[in-house]
Design a binder for this molecule. Sequence first.
Ligand code: ADP
Ligand code: ASP
Ligand code: MG
Length: 418
Amino acid sequence: MKFGGTSVAEPEDLKRAAARIVAERERGNKVVAVLSARGETTDDLLTMASEISERPSPREMDMLLSTGERISCALCAMAIWDLGHQAISLTGSQAGIVTDSSHTKARIVDVRAGRIEQALEQDNIVLVAGFQGVSTDSKDVTTLGRGGSDTTAVALAAALDAAVCEIYTDVAGVFSADPRIVSEARKLAVVSFEEMLEMAASGARVLQLRSVEYARNHGVRIHCRSSFEQGTGTLVIAEDETMENPFVTAVTHSADEARVTLSGVRNEPGIAGRIFTALADANVNVDVIIQNEPVSTEHGADLSFTVARDDLATAVAAIRAENGADEVLTDEQIGKVSIIGAGMRSHPGVAAKVFRVLGGEGINIEMISTSPIKISCVIAAERVDDAVRALHRAFDLGADAVFEEDSTGEHEARAHPL
Ligand code: ADP
Ligand code: ASP
Ligand code: MG
């Protein structure tokens, strides 16, 4: 059971989470709970660091950030004792979460769950601080990137061969769009790993991307649900377990990206390889990439790509060091809207409809990228909410199950079976 930041924010929230954990134990199950930092704690810690240093040491950053989830776990253990059950809180390191040593975005490389298993045998409820681990190389504390408690939970579920990994959050499950933007968004009863990967990668922060990858690779069943209400949420399962491939499942968005444009990139073999190797070495994830042919032989090419806004400074420094272009321009105000659906693999015309809808709203498309089950458009950040609502409406994603295509092909919305 994993509880996110809002689910443990106030004392009553934390006690509600403790009561849910205890209820599960009383149903006869062994329970390991992963907790996030309370409320805005992680943001507050980031602000605290920025008030002290412009470029804080990544190692010390992780020492700082990892404290938030420890607070939640210790407090929750106290609440569970008060409810008459034994509980023990563990840091990521004590829980055996072993990572590589890339501070602030470490990857889990091993889970040595012996101590948790022993504590469970001794009839404890085990609380594990999310979002952190320890590097065996450096013996230092690491953190797993924003939203990383989801990945802690999935990794523990895999290592312990858990029946299910329940992710408790502040919405009722995975929706057809962010319910904070689209009020008529529909809760999906099931979503395939493939679709959830695309959704997480394109901004649906309800599950961290890495947690979905981990779950798919290790066959972990995720049940994403509300910590405030009872009732089932969304099951994330293998595509062959879903009964059909919906045409379009969800609209996602992101406003946390930035664009880098290199002009005068020398038009010769190997240059793109050098530029993107420099970015990879700096641990920067690149998203949409566009390169234009030079207009004439004396001009270099133009190359644009998007990165997480947090990585912009690192990306620009890496490019400048590589010296691959005449000029490096940046744009911090970009947004991205995407539609995802496993059924679009076999349906032509989805991209055309997306572009028509955005055009109809007067929204300019600046960059486009696609995968077999996703279409993403980079647009102005201030038009993102409009774009999400327009696409959600045009593809009828809020509707109750509509399984027919109309004669114009304009209302081809499909819904997951319940
Ligand atoms: P937690 O603190 O529980 O980890 P997060 O804030 O990381 O919660 O993720 C939950 C939030 O994700 C929701 O409050 C919602 O606004 C946002 N979200 C974005 N897209 C979606 C989506 N498609 N379905 C559900 N939630 C979404
Ligand atoms: N507390 C961390 C964050 O805010 C990790 C998490 O909540 O999953 O990103
Ligand atoms: Mg989260």
